[in-house]
Write a protein that binds this ligand. Structure first.
Ligand SMILES: O=P(O)(O)OC[C@H]1O[C@H](OP(=O)(O)OP(=O)(O)O)[C@H](O)[C@@H]1O
Ligand SMILES: NC(=O)CC[C@H](N)C(=O)O
Ligand SMILES: [Mg+2]
Length: 505
């Protein structure tokens, strides 16, 4: 996942963009970037690392201007090279810059089409740079030097025609303003808010509401699937549905793992949905494990805590924090390599021995993906003297790759792929294992917004909402991005020349 922000303000925006990115850091830890516009010139700083490491005072001082966008990256395409950090820049037409959360599923065709038909060269392997150039091509095709809001919306409608996959996007067009749009399935989240100032209304878009809160913007609403909003440089707001057949299918994994609990997206509180997951899973445990003698419920921090507390309440059992999380280690699942992920679990979590000694413990996690966390945690619980270790996952078995912005490209790396419950239980070393059903997960998340009739749930059932994913695509993706290939491609990544990084050391 990545995080995006954008502000059209009446005073300098760089500090707000920085603050917004900082509270979205849980969505990506690999790279960060901000671009602002000052006197019709882009000011860009981007690089690999956390927000606090990429931006120093000298960079912030250079990021002048009252309009800007920002990005934090968790790569799902291309490499981890700093040249693929976002926002991206293209000089034509007007000067445009773009930040993207999601993943395009027809990137190969787009790259070929751009080069052969649109005479546009893309120098990196990033799908987001393709999206920027498609947008550039469509804006250029309008043929007007001064763009009207309708021109912008026509260009976005044409982008929807060409591009497939997931794309919550924010872009700046010099001399015009900021445009933000969401793919016709609304797979990745996008919200916007406003703030009144003495000089008029200021607008902000972001992946999650927590970024609006942190910057004192008042939430207005979600951007609808397929919709675009456009705010001119002088603060006029326009919006339009630009997709012919928008079909709302937000990614359910946002609620399981990605988003912060204090965010609300598509009218669903992430926290409330996690509590609801706990109610459902607690009821299932009560029913199916009536004979098990669980002494205590222990979460695997941090994401599963809200769900685990509810499970403890439903089962009428004590809830104890048996693991302490090292606050200086980031999220392990979104780290780029398996070696790093494995090592980091031990650095990240440590057991409080007395909470396990002589007890039958129920460990709760939000999901089991590669099994990296569960396997090691169960070992730790046993080493601390647990008698029996039961394990519950708030999400169902993850069996299929993700192609919409979560870096799970290879089915064989998923512990539940091609395996049934008992095999998975043996592999992670639990005494007993239970998963939430997909029906219960969907109903837990949709309680707050019954208007959403379908969620993007492909990692659980292999049904891809864009309907363009076949076995051949998944095989190509696996070959391109499995652990081994990624290690090699990331080693070679620095050979890609960094073209536009004004703020680089
Ligand atoms: O089966 P795995 O491949 O290990 O992936 C699943 C684990 O990774 C995530 O935790 P993470 O450390 O990323 O973040 P958290 O602190 O927000 O729980 C998730 O919450 C699970 O604990
Ligand atoms: N997780 C994401 O949203 C990634 C965005 C884009 N596909 C990239 O790899 O940079
Ligand atoms: Mg976790």
């Amino acid at each position: 996942m990545c995080g995006i922000v954008g502000i059209v303000g009446n005073t300098p925006v760089s500090q707000y963009l920085y603050d917004g990115l900082t509270v979205l850091q849980h969505r990506g830890q690999d790279a960060a970037g901000i671009v602002t516009i000052q006197n019709n010139t882009f000011r860009l700083r981007k690089g690999n690392g956390l927000v606090k490491d990429v931006f120093h005072t000298r960079h912030m001082l250079r990021l002048q201007g009252n309009i800007g966008i920002g990005h934090i990256r968790y790569p799902t395409a291309g490499t981890s090279s700093s040249s693929e950090a976002q926002p991206f820049y293209a000089n034509s037409p007007f000067g445009i810059s773009l930040a993207h959360n999601g993943n395009l599923t027809n990137a190969e065709e787009l790259k070929e089409w751009l080069y052969k038909e649109a005479c546009r060269h893309v120098n990196t392997t990033s799908d987001s740079e393709l999206l920027l150039n498609i947008l550039g091509h469509e804006l250029q095709s309008i043929g007007n030097f001064t763009l009207t809001p309708d021109d912008i919306f026509t260009a976005i409608a044409n982008v929807h025609q060409r591009v497939r996959g997931a794309y919550a996007t924010v872009a700046l067009v010099i001399g015009n303003g900021m445009v933000a749009f969401r793919d016709p399935n609304g797979i990745r989240p996008l919200v916007f808010g406003k703030r009144e100032s003495e000089k008029g209304t200021e607008y902000m878009v972001a992946s999650e509401t927590v970024a609006l809160d942190a910057c004192d913007f008042e939430f207005v609403r979600d951007v609808a699937p397929g919709e675009a909003i456009y705010i001119t440089e002088n603060g006029q707001f326009f919006s339009k549905q630009c997709a012919e057949n928008p079909r709302f299918s937000p990614c359910i994994f946002e609620y399981v793992y990605f988003a912060r609990p204090d965010s609300t997206m598509d009218k669903i509180s992430v926290y409330a949905s996690r509590v609801e997951m706990g109610k459902k899973l607690g009821a299932k445990i009560k029913q199916e494990w009536a004979d098990e003698d669980i002494d205590v419920v222990i979460p695997i921090p941090e994401t599963s805590c809200d769900t685990a507390l509810q499970i403890a309440q439903t089962l009428d059992l004590p809830y104890r924090q048996g693991f302490v999380k090292n606050r200086y280690i980031g999220r392990t699942f979104i780290m780029p390599g398996q070696e790093q992920r494995k090592k980091s679990v031990r650095q990240k979590l440590n057991a409080i021995g007395a909470e396990f000694a002589g007890k039958n413990v129920l460990l709760v996690d939000d999901s089991i993906v590669r099994g990296t966390t569960s396997e090691q945690i169960i070992d730790m619980a046993r080493a601390s003297g647990a008698k029996k270790v039961y394990f519950a996952s708030a999400a169902p078995e993850i069996r299929f790759p993700n192609v919409y912005g979560i870096d799970m490209p290879s089915a064989t790396e998923l512990i539940a792929h091609g395996r049934e419950l008992d095999d998975i239980c043996d592999l992670i070393g639990a005494d007993k294992l239970i998963f939430q059903t997909i029906e219960d997960l969907v109903s837990a998340v949709s309680v707050a917004n019954p208007d959403i009739k379908a969620f993007e749930t492909s990692v659980f059932n292999g049904q891809y909402v864009t309907q363009d994913i076949d076995q051949g695509y998944l095989e190509r993706l696996d070959a391109l991005r499995n652990n081994e290939t990624k290690e090699t491609s990331d080693k070679n990544a620095d050979s890609i020349i960094d073209m536009h990084n004004e703020g680089a050391e």
